[in-house]
Design a protein around this ligand. Structure first.
Ligand code: HEC
Length: 325
């Protein structure tokens, strides 16, 4: 069954004009600048840098909120010169600067009913690769009011976590999808960091390396990552994406795998029946649909209304298949 995401809400917001134009950054604005006593000056133009990604409710350090507070957002930016260099080499040049904003999140504000938006800037953390400084990578919990901030001592723990767990050098590239593709291609993922397969990476194996390699990669990933990203839902969406791209054979292989992995899932057989129908495999489509009906009937937990709608749709498919050759 194709699960369609909630409809996209398009918001048209009237453009507003700023009171004063943005100041032109000086040519060295994207380089680290220090005060005489070694404090890092806050680069006030960091919001003009390249946005890498947002995390929502990621919880790994002492500055993140926890418990009952809504999950915080983290927004990561990097200076554009270093970003361009990374695209070429998969590595960060000297003087790379990262900014990480921590924003509180909120839900209630019309017309929003569900889902979180970013509300108040709580903290600005910075990480600078600078070969002129001890330890190469330095960490700063930037003051939002003072123009410059002293580096955190190594004992603060930032360095150790980034050194041990970040995928490329000290940067958590595993959480920045577009950069992760670059790092994989350039082979710059640190030894000992294992990047799990996801639908995007696995679909490349499926379409480029054939089914035997794809299934082997799937098994290897499942064995290595008990919390695999290749969930039933992810596989189901990938199967439909392949089907709509006319990769019917690959789509069927994916859906067949799902039925083997989740043999009591009516949805898995429903999807497989869709793909068989598309491929003109009438007997197989009928067989998968009958299996689906059997599983739905046996499901004690499924609400009656849902049972009825799935059963009706399955019977409708059987009717259509009768007239197919
Ligand atoms: C326990 C692990 C851990 C600790 C400790 C930690 N971080 Fe991070 N940091 C992460 C993870 C995970 C991310 C990436 C995800 C995100 O939050 O968006 C990250 C991202 C960052 C980034 C964005 C660039 C990058 O490296 O990917 C900055 C800047 C940063 N952290 C600064 C700090 C500072 C400053 C401290 C110490 C006050 C700190 N971090 C402590 C795990 C850690």
């Amino acid at each position: 069954m194709k699960i369609i995401g909630s409809s996209i809400l398009a918001l048209f917001i009237a453009a507003y004009s700023l009171d004063s134009p943005l100041p032109e950054p000086s040519p060295s604005a994207n380089q680290p600048h220090y005060t005489a006593d070694g404090k890092l000056q806050r680069p006030d133009n960091y919001r003009e840098w390249v946005f890498l990604s947002s995390g929502l409710g990621m919880n790994y350090g002492p500055t993140q909120n926890g418990g009952s507070a809504p999950p915080a957002f983290t927004n990561v930016f990097v200076n554009p010169e270093s970003y361009r260099e990374f695209l070429k080499t998969g590595q960060w040049p000297d003087k790379t600067m990262f900014a990480l904003e921590i924003y509180t999140s909120a839900v209630n504000s019309p017309p929003n009913k569900r889902g979180n938006f970013q509300d108040t800037l709580e903290a600005l953390e910075m990480e600078v690769k600078d070969s002129s400084k001890p330890d190469l990578w330095r960490y700063y919990d930037m003051s939002l009011t003072e123009p410059a901030t002293a580096p955190l001592p190594k004992a603060a723990g930032c360095f150790a976590c980034h050194d041990a767990n970040a995928a490329v050098e000290h940067s958590f590239t595993q959480f920045y999808p577009a950069l992760l593709d670059v790092a994989i291609e350039k082979g710059t993922i640190k030894k000992g960091i294992s990047v799990p397969l996801n639908a995007h990476r696995w679909s490349k194996v499926v379409t480029e390396r054939g089914w035997a390699a794809a299934e082997a990669a799937y098994r290897e990933d499942k064995a290595k990552h008990p919390e695999s990203l290749l969930t039933e839902g992810a596989l189901n969406s990938l199967g439909y994406a392949l089907l709509s791209n006319k990769k019917t054979t690959e789509s069927i292989a994916v859906f067949e795998l799902v039925t083997r992995e989740y043999p009591t899932s009516a949805n898995a057989f429903d999807s497989l029946a869709d793909a068989y129908t598309e491929a003109g495999r009438v007997a197989d489509a009928r067989h998968a649909t009958n299996k689906e009906l059997e599983l739905v009937a046996a499901d004690g937990a499924m609400p009656a209304a849902r049972k009825k709608s799935i059963t009706d749709a399955a019977n409708e498919r059987l009717e259509k298949l009768k007239s197919a050759k």
